[in-house]
Design a protein around this ligand. Structure first.
Ligand SMILES: Nc1ncnc2c1ncn2[C@@H]1O[C@H](COP(=O)(O)OP(=O)(O)O)[C@@H](O)[C@H]1O
Ligand SMILES: [Mg+2]
Length: 218
């Protein structure tokens, strides 16, 4: 379904700078089109149900064991709710929706890194999103060791142990590889950015790419 809104998703491993870049881009859109609604949402989360699922998925401290299949379905449940409660209505109002992770995270993490069946992951993704795809997806590509170093710095400030951040280097290598593979398969939807540059530089590069790709970003 074509809507008047603009749907941009951010992908990449922990620490690549998704939250940081969403803040920059949100400010940019608010400057160039002060009257246009801009919303930023995150996955899992973004709704009352989604935030509860986020708590379950995110923290090790709760000692809840989650098998890969259950993990896939929990992410999908959060996404199903977010699409129908928040994203679709916003796009229909003509808003710019900036989403921190979307279906490609499931393909990379549960599909590639956890090695769940690719076709099943795709079916569940489509069921959850109702077929909604981002207009553009920005991959913040970063060497695994660099991402881990950033996350390590960040997590010193938090008492909660993030479940995903405990995964091995090999796990994150396969996440990165799958993201790059997805980007190479759908070049019109993806923008691959070097996320090792300073944050302001990454933001400028993203804006330049968006200006090339979409007429309304000027
Ligand atoms: N381009 C960058 N260069 C150096 N550090 C960065 C950059 N972007 C973000 N950071 C820092 O790295 C950490 C992770 O960034 P964040 O935006 O939270 O990543 P994500 O949301 O992808 O996990 C934060 O402490 C942030 O301040
Ligand atoms: Mg973040």
């Amino acid at each position: 379904m074509v809507t008047p809104g603009l749907f941009i998703t951010f992908e990449g491993s922990e620490g690549c700078g998704k939250s940081t870049q969403i803040t920059y881009l949100r400010k940019y859109f608010e400057q160039i089109h002060p009257l246009r609604e801009v919303i930023a949402v995150r996955e899992p989360g973004g709704t009352a149900l989604g935030e509860k699922i986020r708590q379950l998925l995110q923290y090790e401290n709760s000692h809840v064991s989650i098998v890969a299949q259950a993990e896939l379905l929990l992410f999908a449940a959060s996404r199903a709710q977010l699409v129908r409660e928040v994203i679709r209505p916003a796009l229909q109002r003509g808003a710019v929706v900036l989403c921190d992770r979307f279906l490609d995270s499931t393909t990379a993490y549960q599909g590639a890194a956890r090695a769940l069946n690719h076709d099943i992951v795709e079916v569940i993704n489509t069921f959850a999103t109702g077929g909604l795809l981002p207009d553009l997806t920005i991959l913040l590509d970063l060497e695994v060791t660099l991402g881990r170093a950033r996350v390590h710095q960040r997590s010193k400030k938090s008492a909660m142990i993030d479940r995903m951040e405990q995964e091995s280097e090999a796990f994150y290598e396969s996440v990165r590889k799958e993201y790059l593979n997805l980007a190479s398969l759908q070049r019109e939807r993806w923008i691959v950015m070097d996320a090792s540059l300073p944050p302001e530089q990454v933001a400028q590069n993203i804006i330049m790419k968006l200006q090339e790709k979409i007429a309304c970003v000027k």
